[in-house]
Ligand binder design. Structure first.
Ligand code: ADP
Ligand code: ASP
Ligand code: MG
Length: 454
């Protein structure tokens, strides 16, 4: 009996040693010396092989974006001043983290030096993308040095060697899995790898990124490519809350979400997850844990195929929305009308979020006004077009909420004093989305919180 038990424990140990986990730590988690140490404690306490995906220290990518904006306006002086301040910040953190270590200081200086030529002229798109990659690169290098100095065994992998997107900006899974496998195989004796989130190369081979907040997406893509045991998103809050904690008081963590629920929440504004980050994990059925770096003992949220049925889990809001209404007397009679409308959005590569129809009109929303003028001009060929900016989508997300009788009353009761511009339900059973004026967004989140959760 004893031998059997020992054997099975041994077997378990071998299994644990071979499983691969992906742990992603966001900006706040690597945002101070104290937090970086907490991150490394979590990594070292996690059994088995792991790929650790790191964001830039909090604030860095915003600063890089500001530098880019100055360069776009040809204000080179302001850009260079901000860049110098960012370098000083990293040198100071490195000093605190690694002591006055010349190698670390020189590494950081020379990484910044590589980007300096970008600051000498007006910015093009390729250089802007390149500039945005500095934060993740310098943060991971600094932490890798700290590990080295403190005997923490790990191998730094450059995400630029394996993360690829195609011409449509979608992950090139084939190349990613092949190149990542090659990179991992180069270090058979390592079980901890650190890499950058957010950054990648595009179809041309230039440095690019997965859009703001993209490190979550990196982690999920990597997790799917290595068939990870789990994907852990470590952040500054104990999981997905039932409402946006930035605007609503007394929110609480939701213990369990289905992939569908989490994907809807991420897409419709829950900042804790990048909008596309659930998809790769869902395709492979890999559980995703949302955990708090500063409070690792808190349960957090588990995203998997399981969920509590027929309940509302959380409310999210997405701002910066524009509604477009196209009215045509011939809509229902003329098949092909809807196709013609959507061809316009396809032509200008603009995704549509909400869609509603009536006998004579169709309304859609978009979250990107870049091509609005062209879109409206083309749509005018199909009918009378009206656009309304400064809109917000409020999404009430849960499991099969349509089957929860009485839910609709609670939703509309909460919004009795708000004008509703569009309603969408039925695309999925997991989301009721309501379009309101931007000015009503926070009031809606709070009112819905009171009726759905109190
Ligand atoms: P990281 O830098 O770790 O990626 P983010 O700032 O991107 O962290 O995401 C975490 C933040 O998301 C939280 O601090 C919180 O303010 C915000 N957030 C918005 N909606 C939610 C929600 N429903 N649940 C939890 N956090 C949310
Ligand atoms: N550093 C990037 C950003 O701030 C990516 C991330 O943090 O996920 O958007
Ligand atoms: Mg984030």
């Amino acid at each position: 009996m004893k031998t059997l038990k020992t054997r099975s424990l041994l077997h378990l140990e071998v299994v644990l040693q071979n499983v691969m986990r992906v742990l992603k730590f966001g900006g706040t988690s690597v945002g101070s010396v104290e937090n970086i140490k907490a991150v490394l404690d979590i990594v070292q306490n996690t059994p088995g092989k792991k790929i650790v995906v790191l964001s830039a220290m909090s604030g860095t990518t915003n600063t890089l974006q500001e530098i880019a904006d100055y360069l776009l306006k040809y204000n080179l002086e302001a850009a260079q001043e901000m860049f110098a301040k960012l370098l000083t910040k990293y040198l100071n953190v490195a000093n605190e983290l690694c002591g006055e270590n010349e190698t670390v200081q020189n590494t950081i200086r020379s990484l910044f030096d590589e980007y300096k030529p970008i600051l000498r002229s007006k910015l093009n798109v390729a250089n802007e993308k390149r500039l945005m990659s500095l934060g993740e690169i310098v943060t991971t290098n600094m932490i890798a040095h700290y590990c080295h100095l403190n005997g923490i065994k790990m191998q730094l992998l450059s995400a630029l060697d394996f993360m690829r997107i195609d011409v449509n900006g979608e992950p090139n899974n084939h190349e990613i899995s092949e190149k990542l496998a090659l990179n991992l195989a180069t270090y058979p004796n390592h079980d901890t790898f650190i890499t950058q989130g957010f950054i990648c190369r595009n179809a041309k081979g230039d440095i690019d990124n997965l859009d703001r907040g993209g490190s979550d997406y990196s982690a999920s893509i990597i997790g799917a490519m290595v068939d990870a045991e789990d994907i852990q998103i470590w952040t500054d809050i104990d999981g997905m809350h039932n409402n946006d904690p930035r605007f609503v008081k007394n929110t609480f963590p939701v213990k369990q979400l289905s992939y569908d629920e989490a994907a809807e929440l991420a897409y419709f504004g829950a900042k804790i997850l990048h909008p596309s980050s659930v998809l790769p994990a869902r395709l492979k059925g890999i559980p995703v844990y949302l955990k708090n770096t500063m409070k690792p003992e808190a349960y957090g949220t588990l995203i998997s195929s399981k969920t509590e049925p027929f309940t509302v889990k959380s409310i999210a809001a997405k701002k910066g929305i524009t509604a477009i209404n196209i009215k045509s007397g011939r809509m229902l009679m003329a098949y092909g009308f809807v196709r013609s409308v959507f061809e316009v959005f396809e032509r200008y590569k603009t995704p549509v979020d909400l869609i509603t129809t009536s006998e004579v009109a169709i309304s859609v929303t978009i979250d990107n006004e870049k091509n609005l003028e062209n879109i409206v001009s083309d749509l005018r060929g199909l009918g009378v077009v009206k656009t309304t900016s400064n809109q917000s989508i409020i999404s009430i997300v849960g499991d099969r909420i349509g089957e929860n009788k009485g839910m609709a009353i609670n939703i509309f009761k909460a919004l009795e004093s708000v004008s509703i511009n569009m309603i969408s339900f039925g695309g999925s059973q997991h989301n009721v989305s309501i379009l309101v004026d931007e000015d009503d967004r926070i009031a809606c989140l709070n009112a819905l919180n009171n009726t759905l959760f109190q």
